[in-house]
Design a protein around this ligand. Structure first.
Ligand code: IVH
Length: 682
């Protein structure tokens, strides 16, 4: 134990902790910060610095939110009061029945006072505070016994580490709430996981639960999670008369509470407010699947009691799911850039959650077989949040016998040539080099933002130029002339000139963008960048062998085979020569890292550093470089790892958005060692 530091230091630390916790509350609970992130960072660093020098850390110090080591397993926690679940009401009539039941049990004719609030779709958590300090956080588990997830819950910035503010501080209190994830953050997380080849979460609820039930708190810390507190477990040293009292106390004590709550007398008023919540549902950034109705008066709640696992004084009105029933009029195949034929259903248009849905992808032909989807079938279609609609199931009872199953196509819907299906693959593919659908997609891909970035060459214009025979291949883009464009219906003087200018500008691409634009099978943005890092110029790839590509870390067999096939095909090489020598493309490659092949176990990997690490930034950079890696100052799509220390900055957010993996300093050191033993680890 370090000695207690002098009075002034303690006071300074107390003041900084108080200030930082207040700003955290303004930012994460009220969503209304009063200082900038940079000012916050400055205060945080100052506190961290004094804490380190003095060894004096308050139990509610924000520096304690991060940095806990990973666990082997979670400890079990018994809840002092069981965590109950809720009964459901699926219609307004069922809400009226709920109200009737309550009146009957309470033997009263008078209108009951209820609270109505949104139901959060996340993970239920109990927060135990002792003498005002967060003592433990646990999951619901089976209601009686859950798991100790304190270290993870601490990383959620809206969870108070100490009960502060205006409210009275009880001896002990169990506060219940839901940890959830915003839809935007959920989608970003899934995009990142998809990029890294990890399984995606089915919905924000699973994502929130998966993020909390992590043995390594740094994973939880990297996810954006929120809390909404809605109830109470055991308490000592404080009394609340009503649910709305409890909510006021929670708000005064800086706890986040549900976005909307209303006290309503009488069931018709309840229903009216439920309607409001249902209408507002789409505008919330999070998923809610219903409204929770509670008898406001705690003494009445006690009188009503509990029925098996559910309180009699509350119910959850379930919103209409974002589902609809419609009929499949047709199933067609659409041909992508690589020739993969993806089936999609055309529906009798149906309104679901305020949007008209008339088609949806069926993913692949195996899926059609698995769900036994036929043309003419009545199906349930679901649209969750902003997610694209999908067919949930077939209503088989509605079958008339006239429905037609659709065989896997034998011919391409766009060019009629015979399709192939590789062994073990679900994809059906058109391999014709002249398939117009593929050619159009390839041209669009070439011109796309991630490729040559030719503004004005979107889907519609590609279609038009293709149908007029002006572009039959992406190379033809560079043969276009303004006069040709001016003859087309969609072009005027200005738009034609703009397109010509954009085409001219695209003639100076980065090698990585150019390689991506070529649309070589399995060469996405990431692989293209990797190639650019390893090859000084395009010509160095000509006649490249499969083995050579396989020798580059992170390249797999499929990728190596596709790249070497492409660069050993004389037609392709001739085409590249024409692009460079005739059309005047000037390809530059700032990504190339000289000498990166020889150095060490971090060859080919780019690192960015953020936050406070156990070693100075310079030392960490030298460590990376000494092992053949590259240390860069800015996170980009080409970054392989973000080395994250305590209190990471905006780089972490950027890395998450781009799907860049994060590792701690310790993991970096381990990585260097492991990769020495097994160089093909990544
Ligand atoms: S009150 C006695 N209020 O829904 C039950 N629960 O399906 C106390 N939930 O286990 C729950 N939002 O995890 C309550 N505003 C809210 C809620 C809510 C979400 C969850 C909670 C509960 C589950 C029941």
């Amino acid at each position: 134990m370090p000695e207690t530091p002098p009075h002034e230091i303690r006071e300074e630390i107390e003041k900084l902790v108080r200030e930082l916790n207040y700003h955290c509350y303004r930012y994460y609970v009220l969503d209304s910060p009063v200082i900038s992130d940079a000012e916050y960072d400055l205060l945080y660093r100052k506190l961290k610095d004094i804490e380190e020098k003095s060894g004096y850390i308050l139990p509610d110090s924000p520096t304690l939110r991060v940095g806990a080591p990973a666990l082997e397993k979670f400890e079990k926690v018994k809840h002092a009061e069981p965590m109950l679940s809720l009964d459901n009401a699926f219609s307004y009539d069922e809400v009226r029945e709920f109200d009737k039941r309550i009146k009957k049990l309470l033997n009263t004719e008078e209108d009951i006072e209820y609270t109505v609030e949104p139901k959060y779709d996340g993970l239920a958590i109990e927060l135990t505070y002792r003498k005002g300090l967060l003592f433990r956080a646990s999951t619901r588990g089976d209601g009686y016994e859950g798991e100790d997830v304190t270290r993870n819950i601490r990383t959620i910035k809206s969870v108070p580490l100490k009960i502060e503010g205006q409210g009275h501080i009880p001896e002990e209190i169990d506060i219940r709430g839901e940890v959830y994830m915003d839809i935007k953050d959920f989608e970003a997380l899934n995009r990142q996981r998809e990029k890294q080849g990890e399984a995606v979460f089915a919905n924000p609820r699973n994502a929130a639960a998966g993020s909390v039930r992590q043995l390594d708190p740094s994973i939880t810390a990297a996810r954006r999670l929120y809390l909404a507190c809605y109830g109470l477990g055991a308490v000592k040293g404080i009394d609340f008369l009503t649910h709305s009292d409890l909510m006021s106390w929670l708000r005064e004590s800086r706890f986040p509470t549900p976005a909307d709550m209303k006290i309503v007398k009488g069931v018709e008023g309840v229903i009216a407010f439920v309607r409001v919540l249902e209408a507002e549902r789409a505008s919330y950034g999070f998923e809610t699947d219903g409204a929770v109705l509670k008898v406001n008066d705690f003494s009445l709640q006690r009188k009503l009691g509990v029925k098996t696992r559910e309180p009699r004084w509350a119910t959850a009105y379930k919103f209409q799911a974002h589902q609809g029933t419609t009929r499949i009029m047709d199933i067609q195949g659409s041909v992508g850039r690589t020739g993969v034929i993806t089936p999609f259903a055309i529906f009798e248009p149906v309104r679901i959650g305020g949007v008209t849905v008339s088609r949806s992808t069926l993913h692949n032909w195996d899926e059609i077989g698995r769900k036994d989807i036929r043309i003419g079938d009545t199906v349930v279609v679901e649209r969750a949040g902003d997610v694209i609609p999908h067919v949930l199931m077939v209503v088989k009872e509605k079958r008339t016998g006239k429905e037609r199953p659709l065989p896997v196509p034998e011919n391409c819907p766009a060019c009629s040539s015979r399709v192939v299906r590789d062994e073990g693959e679900v994809a059906v593919r058109c391999v014709s080099l002249h398939c117009p659908a593929q050619v159009r997609e390839k041209i669009g891909h070439f011109a796309s933002r991630g490729g040559m970035d030719i503004e004005g060459l979107g889907e519609k214009n590609v279609e038009l130029l293709y149908s007029r025979g002006l572009i039959r291949h992406f190379e033809d883009i560079y043969k276009l002339r303004k006069e040709y464009l001016l003859e087309l219906p969609r072009f005027g003087e200005k738009s034609a000139q703009n397109l010509m200018d954009a085409i001219e500008r695209s003639k100076k691409p980065l090698l990585s963008k150019f390689l991506f634009a070529l649309g070589i099978l399995h060469v996405g943005e990431y692989v293209a960048k990797l190639l650019a890092k390893n090859f000084r110029q395009l010509e160095d790839l000509y006649h490249i062998s499969y083995e050579h590509i396989m020798g580059i870390k992170q390249m797999g067999e499929k990728i190596a085979s596709s790249i070497s096939t492409f660069f050993n095909d004389k037609k392709n090489l001739d085409l590249l020569d024409v692009m460079i020598n005739v059309h005047g493309l000037k390809i530059s490659n700032p990504d190339f890292v000289a000498g990166r092949q020889e150095k060490g176990s971090l060859n080919g990997l780019t690192f960015v550093i953020t936050g406070i690490l156990p070693k100075s930034r310079k030392e960490v950079e030298r460590l990376i470089e000494a092992n053949g890696g590259r240390a860069s100052s800015a996170v980009s799509a080409g970054t392989d790892f973000l080395v994250t220390g305590e209190d990471p900055g905006a780089k972490l957010l950027k890395a998450q958005a781009l799907g860049v993996r994060t590792i701690s300093y310790d993991k970096l050191v381990k990585l260097i060692e492991e990769k020495r033993e097994n160089p093909r680890l990544f």
